[in-house]
Write a protein that binds this ligand. Sequence first.
Ligand SMILES: Nc1ncnc2c1ncn2[C@@H]1O[C@H](COP(=O)(O)OP(=O)(O)OP(=O)(O)O)[C@@H](O)[C@H]1O
Ligand SMILES: [Mg+2]
Length: 238
Amino acid sequence: MILPEPLLRISDLVAGYGHRSALKHVHIDVVESELVGIVGPNGAGKTTLLETIAGTLRTKNGEIRYRNMRIEQLSEMERRKKGLVLIPQDDYIFPGMSVQDNLEVAGILNDKDTTKKLLAEVYEIFPILKDRVKQLADTMSGGERKMLAVAMGLVSQADLIMIDEPSLGLAPNLVTKLLGSLKRIKKKTKRTLILAEQSIKILDVADRLFGLEGGEIVFSDKIENVNREKVEILFFGG
Ligand SMILES: Nc1ncnc2c1ncn2[C@@H]1O[C@H](COP(=O)(O)OP(=O)(O)OP(=O)(O)O)[C@@H](O)[C@H]1O
Ligand SMILES: [Mg+2]
């Protein structure tokens, strides 16, 4: 069997803060149109990993290849132009601006027609945003702001969308809804998604799971091969 060329290939990645390395020789391959979950306890290095891929944090050692091109020396903006976007753990929106203005800023690198098309797509996935186009982002609920942040990632025309803890602070039914929407987005738009998650519901949507602990990958497998019980005990407190 010929395996597809990975969209993202991370080899021997070391990164961290000051003299401490929060990531130790990490290897990860992500194939196009995959939904990948990165799971692990607090302090495991999930945010560090996503920030290093997005370029907000510099690599200390190792390679990051995107479409077979080395990107670890590129700035965050250069990586964004290549189609990688990170929706950070904290809010990514502009609070004093309306929903519509937030989405338009997110699409600033696109031509007008592309933004229009992407906006239509986003409103179909998250109809609540269409109903609230004029509402100021900071008056939206936590769940609605999360949807707006994800929608901004989509409008930015990124091929690889990384989201740091999409479920953080959301009620259980909204977590199910948001993760379900992300899976549909992946299917419909063929985009690739990497989600750092601490919700067990990631097991219901991911195609592949990487377990991170103490800055090291402790397992990686297709979801059908993952021992759910073991993962539950290891990362979600059983
Ligand atoms: N700005 C920083 N300066 C120094 N150390 C940091 C900084 N940010 C994170 N760390 C450390 O790096 C390690 C990995 O942190 P990281 O935020 O990547 O973990 P995480 O898996 O995202 O955790 P959480 O689930 O709590 O968000 C931790 O030991 C943390 O204390
Ligand atoms: Mg984190």
